[in-house]
Every structure is written in structure tokens, then in C-alpha cells.
Design a protein around this ligand. Structure first.
Ligand SMILES: [Zn+2]
Length: 76
């Protein structure tokens, strides 16, 4: 399992990692009503920041518009 850990980053992100981190940004985004991550209960939680940094570092888009609207099927 640990070999497939998407948080293990070596410079470039695999398509799987890009998709995973984009999903993380959606799931851990601050709620517009509470202003905090609905999962972690804090604003800009570590998980969100980590995914954001990973995408930014790799120069990947924060979201793939073509994947939006396809429901919320997690990690697959
Ligand atoms: Zn969170």
C-alpha cells in the first residue's frame, strides 16, 4: 500500500497523483458556510495545503474541468 502512496512525490506527479490531489482540493476545500475544511474542521487544513503545494510544485492545474460534474466517486 505504501508504495502507492500519492503523497510520495519525486519531482513529477503521475496522472494518478494529479487526479488524487485535485480530488483532495475539492474534498478539503473550505466550506463557504463555515469557512473551514468540512473533514478536518480547520481552515486551509494540512491535507489541502499539501495537495495544493504538490500541484503547484509540479505545475499541474488545481482542477481538471473535464472531470467536474462527474459525481464524487472517490479515488477511482
Ligand atoms: Zn481537511
Amino acid at each position: 500500500m505504501s508504495e502507492d502512496n500519492p503523497w510520495r512525490i519525486s519531482g513529477q506527479l503521475s496522472p494518478y497523483q494529479v487526479r488524487y490531489f485535485q480530488q483532495v482540493l475539492v474534498v478539503h476545500a473550505n466550506s463557504p458556510t463555515t469557512g473551514v475544511c468540512p473533514v478536518c474542521g480547520v481552515p486551509r487544513c494540512d491535507t489541502w495545503v499539501g495537495a495544493y503545494d504538490a500541484l503547484a510544485l509540479a505545475g499541474e492545474p488545481m482542477a481538471d474541468p473535464s472531470r467536474w460534474g462527474g459525481g464524487s466517486d472517490p479515488a477511482r
